[in-house]
Design a protein around this ligand. Structure first.
Ligand code: PAF
Length: 285
């Protein structure tokens, strides 16, 4: 498989994409922070399947880290990421420097309002402003037709959809299903930091979410009861629960009675590691 061309320069990246567009090619972009795993590869495969040209961005965005320690230890190894991508037909990897994305005295911060302050936003203040700001920049540099995002980061997906809608960017956001390890743990670049022995406990998150779907299947409509059960099950993870919520899939506002599909969202902390997961709960119609 031909190696992807690695581009670090903002203008060069934009010119390449514009030239491809001028030839009538469709462009898919997969924004990442590197430390690539099978979850990312599934997004890349989707882009290759649906678009003529695929660009993977690898940029560890400092503005979305609300804890310095988390930023400092975030795995960064471009060569390893390039080998992970090697079996796929990726055309370009965009790996800019921090200064080129955030020039000195950069004045841009995107506030995504309440959607960025609830749930994850309560525990990671400023996180979604950082995500929205970098994505707006990346979407300007890479005027793609479609950008591919995983449902694992459900709130990030919704923030991105709103960002694109409200800034009138002509880019389609495609949501791709969460990829899980064999034991059900949602894949994440941070899973490698799971403390010894915590792995088995972490499985209780997905088991709890599946049980929540079983409760809905057997006719339970009161979200409070489902949340209580879910909390009980997740307690066994040995981590501390940050939130368990059942929300409207678009607004992410809490739902009391399930009449249509809702999303159950969970965040726990095990030592300094946060794990998040979610499941769409579908009532039988
Ligand atoms: O999900 C991620 O890896 C990051 O939040 C993203 C979307 C690449 C923005 O930095």
């Amino acid at each position: 498989m031909p190696e992807p061309e690695v581009i670090t320069n903002v203008c060069a990246m934009r010119e390449v994409v514009q030239a491809k567009r001028a030839l009538g090619k469709t462009i898919g972009v997969v924004p990442t922070m590197g430390a690539l795993h099978a979850g990312h590869l599934s997004l890349v495969e989707k882009s290759i399947e649906k678009c003529d040209v695929t660009v993977v961005t690898i940029f560890v965005n400092p503005t979305q880290f609300n804890e310095k320690g988390d930023f400092d230890r975030y795995p960064q190894d471009l060569n390893k990421d390039l080998s992970t991508l090697a079996p796929l037909r990726v055309d370009y990897v965009f790996a800019p420097t921090t200064d080129s994305i955030y020039p000195p005295e950069d004045c841009l911060t995107i506030d995504v309002g309440r959607l960025g302050r609830i749930l994850e936003g309560r525990f990671r203040p400023g996180h979604f402003a950082g995500v929205a700001t970098v994505l707006l920049k990346l979407f300007h540099i890479i005027p793609a037709d479609t950008a591919f995002f995983g449902e694992k980061d459900y709130q990030q997906l919704k923030v991105t959809e709103r960002l694109v809608r409200d800034s009138h960017l002509p880019i389609r956001i495609e949501a791709c299903p969460t990829i899980r390890e064999e034991d059900g743990l949602a894949m994440s670049s941070r899973n490698r930091f799971l403390p010894e022995g915590a792995r088995e406990n972490a499985q209780s998150i997905y088991l709890g979410l599946q049980h929540a779907q079983c409760m809905v299947d057997s006719g339970e409509t009161e979200t409070e009861k489902i949340i209580q059960k879910l909390r009980q099950q997740i307690q066994t993870s040995g981590g501390s629960i940050e939130y368990v919520a059942i929300v409207d899939p678009e607004t992410l506002e809490p739902v009391q009675t399930i009449r249509q599909a809702v999303v159950a969202l969970v965040a726990i902390r095990i030592d300094s590691l946060r794990l998040i997961d979610n499941l769409l709960l579908q009532p039988k119609m």
